[in-house]
Design a protein around this ligand. Sequence first.
Ligand code: ADP
Length: 495
Amino acid sequence: MTGQNHAAASRVLYVAASADEAELAALVFGRHWPAVSLIAVNETPALLDALAGGPFLAAVLDAGAHWAGGSALIPMLRRDNAALPLLILRDARDCSAAHSPEPACQSTEKCPAVFLRLPALVRSLVETPGSPAQSSAALEPLLDDAGIGWFLANRDGRLLEANAAFRRLIAADGKAAATSLNLAELSAAPGSLSRLLEQAAASETGIEERLPLRALDGSPLFVSLRLRRQDAAGALLRGLVEDHTARENRIHELETRIVSLESDQAELQHLTHFASHELQEPLRTVERFTRLLIEQCREFLNGTTDQHARLIVESTERAQRLVDDLLLYSRALNVPVRLERVDANRALAQALANVQALIEETGADVRRGPLPDTLRGDPRGLATLFQNLVANALKYRSTQKPRVEISAEPQGGEWRFAVRDNGEGIAENDRDRIFRPFERLHSHDEIPGTGLGLALCRRIAQSHGGSLWVESQPGEGSTFYFTLPAMEAPHESPR
Ligand code: ADP
């Protein structure tokens, strides 16, 4: 008897007619299909030993093995596995076995050359014709070119075949190195691959999984693995492997950077909030005591010192406005907005009351269309939005009498508001940058401002899930639009 005690799923039984033929078959198998152990027997005790050793991938039965009962042995071979693939070598003169009624059974004429073809014949029995494994093998060069790994393994994980792409991926030096490998050695976590192999062997449709692996040189891999049964019993499994390591590394790198950026941003926001908050008190003190000093020392002040004192007050007031705006802006960045039912008419009324002095001073004509009373938003945020946009419309007026129109119209599940003015307008190149903090188109001496109003407005709109943008023609005025979510889906008014 010739043969080794390998894992059951990679064993093929050969019931030979003679010791010479058993030896010859084992020799050929060893050379052409080393991944499979041929258990070649030519006497009863060896046959019983082999049968006791567990299931086979396939069996080759020489019909002339009279010592074993010839084809009468078939029921015994198939006792545990009725679908065990069988190849019967029949005598050239025996026509009866040419078309065997047995399932998964082929017969071929026994001639001296048949031994050379034995591995190929058994393989064709095991691999269903046209099965994806065969196509995979045929497609091997294509899969290699595409960098897709392909392998065949038994359910215990022993690698039987692998294409070059798979060998490269796992850093196996050559074919021999790869086929002496058990896939379990590639597991990044103990048992992970063995579990998948078991699952795939039990599944009719196969499994697909993205998982980390470890190459033979220890380098980490991240792959997507598709595993399918090669035969009905799941003794053999074929796998397709795509390497996602580079992409996964990049994603990991980006995630780490995002986390670090988020933490930097949170720290920066905290610093801004803290600094502006802490600046409020000393600025108030400087302003109050400078005013007191001016009051108390009025008789000692001459034209120049009086002007100096007033400059201190003005600069302090300017710094206070900046700090106030910074605080509002950092609060809008830090504090999550609480959405409640808001009446836009009330928010606008509040905003107009706050800029009443400017409206009167400029003699502006402020018109308002019907606004929704069922918005989902933050009432203070909405009032701030209106207030800044209306104030800007008046601040950046042209030589004409200022006119501001506030309107709203439904759009899908939200409302689109418009604040239209007949002011100086904004050049196309400036329409984006004015929404960035501290970006101004005028010097402070021309028109005072902190450059934070529009940045704050955009932030408020965004924190409501909306957006803010401008359309404008220099010399003809600007329209600032913003969208806010409706409480219920608004009814589109017929146009
Ligand atoms: P501030 O008004 O304090 O300068 P904003 O962020 O509100 O800051 O505005 C930024 C810049 O955008 C302003 O300095 C101004 O140049 C321009 N701007 C804003 N609103 C208008 C408008 N309605 N018409 C023309 N220019 C405007």
